[in-house]
Design a protein around this ligand. Sequence first.
Ligand code: XIL
Length: 373
Amino acid sequence: MAFKLSFTTLLMAGLAAHAQTPAALKDVFKGYFHVGAALNQAQFEDRDARGGIIVRTQFDTISPENVLKWESVHPRPDAYAFDAPDKYVAFGEKNHMFIVGHTLVWHSQVPAWVFQNAKGEPLDRDGLLQRLHDHIRTVVGRYKGRIGGWDVVNEALNEDGTMRQTPWLKIIGEDYLLKAFEYAHEADPKAELYYNDYSVENQAKRNGAVELIKKLKAGGAAVTAIGLQGHDKMEWPTIEQQDATILAFQQLGIKVNITELDVDVLPAASQQRTADVGLSVEAHAKLNPYAGGLPDTVQQALARRYGDLFAVFCKYRGTVSRVTFWGVTDGDSWLNNWPVRGRTSYPLLFDRQGQPKPAFQAVIRAARQGSVK
Ligand code: XIL
């Protein structure tokens, strides 16, 4: 307890030193949107005291980094692993947070058996629909009224806006999305339901996503929002692309959530501008230039970049309902190990010691400037 108290004091002093007045993102953005973070298991199990304090003081919504993905929550046909997700949900409730579920249908982090029958042969459409229905009824049903919103389908589109050839699409056909939304709505009629993807800021993929949302709505799906993952770079998306993307979905009458925000300052590891978790690139010293620390010029550029992005999010208050960072501190970020293992990445608002970075102050300033418009 003594440790906890003194740590809080230190954290608040750290915030104060940077901002004069201690600021909490969730308070500063009240009236704009919820601000949140994806939590790893140590954070929601209270094994990461420093991370836990940041989460509790800064954020009012949480997402599960891994524990609700199919391979984690439903590893074998007859086995569900609810221990970790139960703790995740309890953490959110205890701290009065909006709790997100991620994710019901995806082609990654899903076991091979999902698409096979008992003999290891490909499952047919009815068999897979039945399995999907059972999974969604069981998982969404368990947290009915507690998890407020679900990423129902993650990453169904290719870069050119066509449908990604996943086992879901190949076995069930294009209506797998409609079915997933139908099953989720049936399991918890009050939960918000989302379609989530990356690189939607690019014109071709955005057009595909607009068509997809239109089709879902025409088919009667209860789509609340599109999730823009927001795995951003320093130069991408441009502010114009970010703005046009939010506007495109606002015009469809749905909300926009920024669901996995981080800004990568490291050199591009591949020509592909993607957030595809399947990408893997060999380590090379040139790809890890800031292992000893981030130069101030880059730190300041990152702060400006965050300020610019948040200015757009603030402009679309009322449409943007939530901005969630994919991790709490730089040390937690998946970008330390993707697409290259073992890099030192700086994509978030809190550094490896849990101290707010200049980017944190830039984000706070964006809120204050936005509110006087
Ligand atoms: C990432 C997690 O952060 C990693 O821990 C895991 O090893 C791979 O997945 N898009 C998504 C997230 O929708 O689920 C991914 O999360 C990051 C990219």
